[in-house]
Design a protein around this ligand. Structure first.
Ligand code: ATP
Length: 264
């Protein structure tokens, strides 16, 4: 579906993006692309610029220089909700659920982002709005089921275990029916077994047709689940390749040595 400015098969292209926060260059001429249907890992030591890269892709920040293209079209000047509607969804490093809403309601709020009917239809409960609401409910339940949360659907998000909250975040992001799902350290705070299970789940997410961009601190974990990996250090891309290529890359080993105990 790429137009003349995009490469076929590439769902997202980050072109020469620089982002400065005052004197700090958080991203320094970073270029990367994501192929349709792949799991791309974005790794790098603390402060390397991974979350900033997500924030640029999802419209939280405008690049100081360079641009991001989704399916060939530039995202320049677009607001976060416009980017969500185009088909990019994300989760956050720190869980951001509506704690006083149920698990089901949290996912339905996600689905709402794609409703075609507006506030007026909602107020007057037009048939179209009711239909969309019904479909939203069904889809939300299906996503909760996929995440293993069916039994928790009626519970307040605040009362869910930490792991269930993390999985709920992913379900909520998927509810917008994104083409590209960006997961920011979804396994943060998990024990090794939970991490392995989550990576398996992410693989199944991809098998459902989503393209996944995954930030993960744990090198070993990211090696097992991704098709390709991009490595950032101090805002610069220092390597890109298959997990096997990244594992043997001297610059990556140097970047991680003594910095990230997970990588040892
Ligand atoms: N809003 C901001 N204002 C100023 N500096 C920022 C802002 N957001 C991020 N930074 C800085 O930009 C750099 C990159 O941060 P970023 O959070 O993207 O790194 P990261 O790779 O995601 O790190 P971590 O693994 O610790 O989450 C850091 O030096 C950080 O302090």
């Amino acid at each position: 579906m790429a137009d003349e400015t995009g490469r076929p098969g590439r769902i997202l292209e980050v072109d020469d993006v620089t982002l400065r926060f005052g004197g700090l260059t958080a991203l320094d001429q970073v270029s990367l692309h994501i192929e349709e249907g792949e799991i791309l890992g974005l790794i790098g030591p603390n402060g390397a610029g991974k979350t900033t890269c997500f924030n640029v892709i999802t419209g939280v920040y405008e690049p100081t220089m360079g641009q991001v293209r989704f399916r060939g079209g530039s995202l320049a000047g677009m607001k976060k909700h416009q980017i969500t509607r185009l088909g990019i969804a994300r989760t956050f490093q720190n869980i951001r659920l509506f704690k006083s809403m149920t698990a089901l309601e949290n996912v339905m709020v996600g689905a709402d982002a794609n409703h075609t009917t507006g506030v007026v239809s909602a107020l007057f409960r037009t048939p179209k709005h009711r239909r969309e609401e019904g479909e939203g409910h069904e889809r939300a339940m299906e996503l909760l089921d996929f995440m293993g949360l069916t039994k928790r659907s009626g519970e307040l998000a605040a009362n869910l275990s930490y792991g269930d909250q993390r999985r709920l975040e992913i379900a909520r992001a998927m509810a917008t029916e994104p083409a590209l799902l960006c997961l920011d350290e979804p396994a943060a705070g998990f024990n090794p077994q939970e991490k392995v299970e989550l990576m398996e789940l992410i693989r199944r997410v991809r098998d459902r047709g989503y393209t996944v961009l995954l930030i993960e601190h744990d090198m070993r974990l990211v090696m097992g689940v991704t098709d390709r990996i991009v490595v950032l250090e101090f805002g610069k891309k220092i390597a890109e390749g298959t997990p096997a290529e990244i594992r043997d890359n001297p610059a990556v080993i140097a970047a991680y040595l003594g910095v990230d105990e997970d990588a040892s």
